[in-house]
Write a protein that binds this ligand. Sequence first.
Ligand SMILES: Nc1ncnc2c1ncn2[C@@H]1O[C@H](COP(=O)(O)OP(=O)(O)OP(=O)(O)O)[C@@H](O)[C@H]1O
Ligand SMILES: [Mg+2]
Length: 505
Amino acid sequence: MSSSKTGARQLLNLLDRILYKWLFRSLANQLLITYLLVITIALVAVSLWALVAIRKESLTDLQNTMEVVGFNLGLEIDNDLVIDSPLSRQRIQAAVDRRASRLGVSIVVVDKDGRLLADSQPITQKENLSNEQEINEALAGVVSKSTRSEPQNNLNMLYVACPVRSMGATTGVIRVGVQLTDIERRLQKDLIVFLEIIFGTGVITVFISLFLARRVNKPVQEMSALAKQISISGDFSAFLPVRRQDEIGELCLSFNQMIGRLREQERVRQEFISNASHELKTPTMAIGSVVEALQAGASEDPKLRFQFLQSLERLVERQTSLIQDLLDISKLDAGLDSNYQEEVDIVQLVNDSIEQLRPQADKKKISISTQVTLDSAGGSDLNVLGNGSQLQRAVINILQNAINYTPDGGSVSVSARPLSGERVELKFQDTGVGIDPADLPHIYDRFYRADKARTREKGGTGLGLAIVREIIARHHGAMDVDSQVGRGSTFTIQLPLRRSDGETG
Ligand SMILES: Nc1ncnc2c1ncn2[C@@H]1O[C@H](COP(=O)(O)OP(=O)(O)OP(=O)(O)O)[C@@H](O)[C@H]1O
Ligand SMILES: [Mg+2]
């Protein structure tokens, strides 16, 4: 007994799992079930409503007809009811039989006390019918109707009892009864038709919803397969076919755009890694050669040894600065330190940066001048809310370029001024070599150098301005460059000023 119970439970569990898997693992099946449920519920509701309405309408029709029968018979026998003699009873019975057989109904006539006077089916009836509800009500003077199942033949009957009145008093009751089999048969037929319609619509719904679900499901499945493939292989070369113009088509398009972007990002990343390794390799190899030369005997000669050690120092410095640049750029990419904010005095920051680079400028006899304009109200500081060390890094990179790419004896001028109290504008102007218009759009690209031979000899790796651009963007600023070959360049930076209420502009 208990083993059959566990067996049944296991079977139920299995069915449950299969159903769960079938339903919730497939979008198509969920759509199918939803359509089917909605259509079936709607059709069943409409059919029920229609069946009830048809039954009600048919019953009302039948009641009205029977009321007319009762009324007409009443007109025929009302005198005989008052007389109440054996002869009059015979006449009543004859009238009852005539109508009952003509119309296929059962008719009963009782006198004002409910005693049976005539019956179209004499064997079945009792002597006094005043206990029957509809007759009782009709004796009180109202037309009364009732439906019930007769115990002797198990048939559903509708009875309409009409009072017969003479000179203001009820003289008897005529009760007309009819079997409801016809109406029931008709309702059964209607029910079968409705069930057929529900079944037919269900089958059509299954086909339509399977078709629709496949249409929705196919691109989703393709998308899921492609996403899986990309996540496993990291290969961004494949695209989804876009066959439709609806929301699913739009989703496919966006998915393809996302793949395109990821592919581009991956290309930039690969390029960055290969450029970075290449840039790291060059000084490393040079360091190796210098060390080799020293080991091979160059260290014996004090003059040579000094020269080699000096170039080793330069190479290590370059390597260190390159590694610092790489670290900075990857930190910026990862968004580290981006939440850190402090109040930065821009004029102070520019002066500090100039002092840091002054020895290099002096070496090349380059003069550096500064000009600061304060706002019209006068006195208020040019303060920016941001990361001070990042902003200093940006200013130093630009100043470093101005010094690097300006021949000996040139000049660099830096100016700072507020723009309508909202932003601060920094201009870095040099009398250097300038930048070719063809190079201008690329100078912010990572590892881009306008004049490769010369910049390499100056130790540039082409990361300086890329770092500047990232830092300025992170501070919601803007930057611009204006340059003429042989005459010099002007780099302009704009940053939002910190407002007195503590908000940045
Ligand atoms: N003030 C300037 N005058 C002339 N050319 C400039 C100036 N600033 C930048 N450039 C050009 O733009 C290129 C990119 O500058 P960037 O600072 O990014 O790289 P870099 O100076 O070569 O190397 P580093 O990463 O060491 O700064 C430089 O190689 C140079 O050719
Ligand atoms: Mg530079």
